[in-house]
Design a binder for this molecule. Structure first.
Ligand SMILES: *Cc1c(COP(=O)(O)O)cnc(C)c1O
Length: 250
């Protein structure tokens, strides 16, 4: 906490924005360092990447945006250019105990909250993988499974969905797996609790909140992705934001 407050003083004095490299190169350097450290802690590989966001709700929104565009791409639709109206019957699976920001994100992304398919939990309040499989099998050809959101640390109970089993199903069916570890990621800072998040490294994207069990006094959420090319969906080159010498500086 003391370190965090001291860091906040420095950040305020520097008034560095993370928006662009030239407005805050040192802040960007710290972000890159932090993201790399967190990808390693999460057990992600060399291709992993990430970005800071103002909260877990926005990290979930961005994770589901990447999932949505990947699902559209699999259907031969360029979601960025044409939107998702042409995406047939999108479905986002999560447990009935998932955070409400999953529903909000679906609404914001044009999928509608009706796209959310909440799955029942077992007696330990974890998503039932058999229910996920059954729901996938019941989908008609007019539906598009967009993502499965596994919660690693439910907000009310702290329970962790069975990540390895969910990852296996997602991989088998070619669906994006987003892990909402906004609350639970902090277990990785503990030798005693880290095991609880086994399988997290199999997710395509991960939300974590350093203002929860990372104990930071300022909103500091992170979206990690297992493969940096996932971000190409968001690429945009604008002369005033992306001068060539900044790009060359990395
Ligand atoms: C808190 C929480 C969120 C939302 O995070 P904010 O930083 O409040 O936007 C999302 N998912 C889970 C599981 C959470 O506990």
């Amino acid at each position: 906490m003391t370190v965090a407050v001291a860091a906040d003083v420095l950040a305020n004095a520097g008034n560095a924005s993370l928006d662009t490299y030239d407005s805050g190169p040192s802040a960007i350097a710290v972000e890159r360092w932090l993201v790399t450290a967190l990808t390693r802690l999460a057990g992600l590989g060399e291709r992993a990447d990430g970005v800071l966001t103002p909260g877990g709700s926005l990290s979930n929104l961005m994770g589901l945006l990447l999932a949505r565009d990947a699902a559209a791409h699999r259907r031969g639709i360029d979601a960025r250019a044409h939107g998702v109206a042409a995406l047939p019957g999108p479905v986002v699976f999560c447990s009935e105990l998932a955070h409400f920001s999953t529903h909000r994100a679906c609404a914001a992304l044009g999928l509608g909250e009706a796209a959310v398919h909440p799955l029942p939990v077992d007696d330990r309040r974890r998503m039932r993988p058999d229910a996920l499989l059954a729901a996938l099998d019941a989908l008609g050809p007019d539906r598009t499974p967009v993502a499965v959101v596994a919660t690693a640390g439910t907000t009310d109970f702290g329970t962790v969905d069975p990540l390895p089993q969910i990852a296996e199903i997602a991989a088998e069916r070619g669906i994006w797996m987003h892990a909402d570890a906004a609350y639970g990621f902090g277990a990785l800072f503990s030798d005693r609790l880290a095991d609880r998040l086994a399988g997290l490294e199999l997710a395509d994207s991960i939300t974590l909140d350093l203002h929860k069990t990372g104990w930071q006094p300022a909103a500091a959420s992170v979206l990690l992705v297992s493969d940096t090319t996932a971000f190409t969906a968001l690429d945009r080159e604008v002369a005033y934001l992306n001068p060539a010498d900044d790009s060359e500086a990395g």
